[in-house]
Design a binder for this molecule. Structure first.
Ligand code: HXC
Length: 508
């Protein structure tokens, strides 16, 4: 018996060592943690239960039988984050560059299948040279098996990706299909073709970091949500983020005790809107003052800053927040902000997370760049996402709600459940000056000024919309948190179903 245990311990130790001490040292020298160290930080201490530590590749070509390491370059299993179940895979760059073999892919698929069966999220840590070149099509098949599972799991269990090393070629498409991507600055990159190929084909000289590093993907492309300084910061951020997420589309949103009074009045909100309609203010302040303990976990903060998306809590329960940001592009909707918010709204809807929308939007951003790049199709994404969402939807118009953007931003007409406006709200087809220039074109400047005042008096308020029932109530800004909390209580058992369909056809 003791000999058997000794054998098991020997084999286990070999698996634990991955590609060996030299390669572990090289990983550390680059400022990267090993696959197991990452899992250790991500999960609650001692909670990780590994599976498939003895799996080996089955490749017989190019001398591979002599290059066999138990575990085959990926550490898989399950554990907990603050006590809640999660499945993980963590690619081990020290083992053949974390390259994906058929068996390596099979291990990832196994945890994904288990996560789907029991209803728990999957977190993937990516650090890999891509398809294991010696295995050829077997490796490509393995990738496709993972892709297929990413798609089937989408909307069933949350899927999070951490990019902590190379992720290139077709391999990028697995994280790309997950719900959120966190990247580490300087040590991770994602691109379909690398700098060498780019140089050969287009003559462009570009570094890995410029082409597909964390900053590029969190500012320009929006492929990733957050760029973190190092592995530890990224892993701890995922732990914090995970706490907001339901385990699956069958679970309720997580709830935890909150010491923040549900009816806390926030007097400063009564004066947050500047006297001039063209003066911006920071919508972050409004959002933070309404949420429990001011805790707002923003996603994609560095991309499309004209809209804020993120998670918070009211009475300890997760809510998704979408808010126009007057500090950036005056809060206009444009292509990037529409895409960003649409995907966020759809995530919330898929996982039954109520959506709180703060509106201060002067309309869609004008310009040939917007029109020629498809603002029609992209703007429609956000409209579509809000309109199809059946989760509780509470909307607060703080200031402007003009034109089509009024309709889009979770209006009553898109099945908004509770639509509130502050007394400072202005709900109209457009701003007064623009409106008068169109409908009173022939008038003198003085006459137009008079008409502008008239238009403002008539429409620069929430009461016309309220008189039609499009706004349920004009509320004191200081009472916003209380009204939202009461609304969410009321809507907890909301039941609304869209007509049966195979799936919809959102304008992609
Ligand atoms: C087999 C690989 C490998 C791969 C790395 N290695 N990538 N082995 N298949 N894809 C091995 C290396 O041979 C090396 O082994 C060890 O991993 C570490 O790699 P290094 O090159 O020493 O590391 P580094 O200098 O940091 O460079 C990392 C790298 C580079 C940039 C990822 O290894 C690289 O360019 N690899 C090839 C990337 C690639 O072309 N992959 C296929 C892409 S196509 P030794 O024994 O020397 O330590 C693809 C398609 C997916 O992925 C399709 C899905 C649909």
């Amino acid at each position: 018996m003791s000999a058997n245990i000794a054998e098991m311990e020997l084999r286990r130790a070999a698996s634990m060592l991955g590609g060996g001490q030299k390669r572990i040292d090289a990983q550390h020298a680059r400022g990267k943690l090993t696959a197991r160290e990452r899992v250790g930080i991500l999960l609650d201490e001692g909670s990780f239960e590994e599976i498939d530590a003895y799996v080996e590749h089955n490749c017989v070509d190019f001398g591979m039988p002599e290059n066999t390491i138990p575990g085959d370059g990926v550490v898989t299993g399950s554990g907990t984050i603050n006590g809640r179940l999660v499945f993980v895979f963590s690619q081990d760059f020290t083992v053949i560059g974390g390259a994906v073999s058929e068996r390596h892919a099979m291990k990832i698929c196994k945890v994904m299948d288990m996560a789907m069966k029991v209803g728990a999220p999957v977190i993937g840590i990516n650090d890999s040279g891509g398809a294991r070149i010696q295995e050829g099509v077997a490796s490509l098949g393995g990738y496709a098996e993972i892709f297929q599972r990413n798609v089937l799991a989408s909307g069933v269990v949350p899927q999070l990706s951490l990019i902590m090393g190379p992720c290139a070629g077709g391999a990028v498409y697995s994280p790309a299909m997950t719900d959120f991507i966190f990247m580490v600055k300087d040590t991770s990159y994602m691109f379909v073709t690398g700098p060498e190929v780019v140089r050969t084909v287009t003559n462009e000289i570009v570094t890995q970091e410029e082409l597909g590093g964390a900053v590029t993907h969190t500012t320009k492309t929006s492929v990733a949500d957050l760029a973190l300084e190092n592995d530890i910061e990224a892993l701890l951020m995922v732990r914090e983020f995970f706490d907001f997420l339901p385990l699956s589309n069958r679970s309720e949103v997580p709830a935890r005790p909150s010491s923040d009074p549900w009816d806390r009045a926030e007097a400063s909100l009564d004066t947050v809107i500047p006297a001039s309609a063209t003066q911006p203010y920071d919508m972050h302040e409004v959002v933070r003052k309404v949420l429990d303990e001011g805790d707002f976990f923003e996603v994609q903060p560095a991309h499309a800053g004209n809209i804020l998306c993120g998670f918070g809590r009211i009475e300890g329960r997760t809510v998704g927040v979408v808010a126009n940001q007057p500090m950036v592009l005056a809060g206009c909707l444009d292509i990037n902000s529409s895409k960003k918010a649409a995907r966020f709204v759809r995530f919330c809807d898929a996982f039954s997370i109520p959506i709180i929308t703060f509106v201060d939007v002067p309309g869609f951003l004008p310009g040939t760049s917007q029109e020629h790049n498809g603002i029609i199709k992209h703007g429609a994404k956000l409209l579509f996402a809000y309109a199809e969402a059946t989760v509780p939807k509470i909307t607060v118009i703080t200031r402007k709600a003009y034109g089509g953007a009024y309709d889009v931003m979770a209006s009553k007409h898109l099945r908004g459940d509770l639509n509130y406006a502050w007394p400072t709200a202005e709900i109209a087809v457009m701003g007064a000056k623009g409106a008068v220039e169109i409908i009173f074109r022939g008038l003198s400047a003085e006459e137009q000024a008079e008409k502008t005042r008239e238009y403002e008096d008539r429409f620069a308020n929430p009461f016309v919309a309220a008189s039609k029932g499009f706004i349920d109530e004009v509320i004191y800004p200081h009472a916003t948190r209380r009204r939202i909390a009461l609304g969410l209580r009321k809507l907890r058992n909301k039941s609304l179903e869209n007509p049966w369909k195979k799936h919809d056809n959102i304008p992609l």
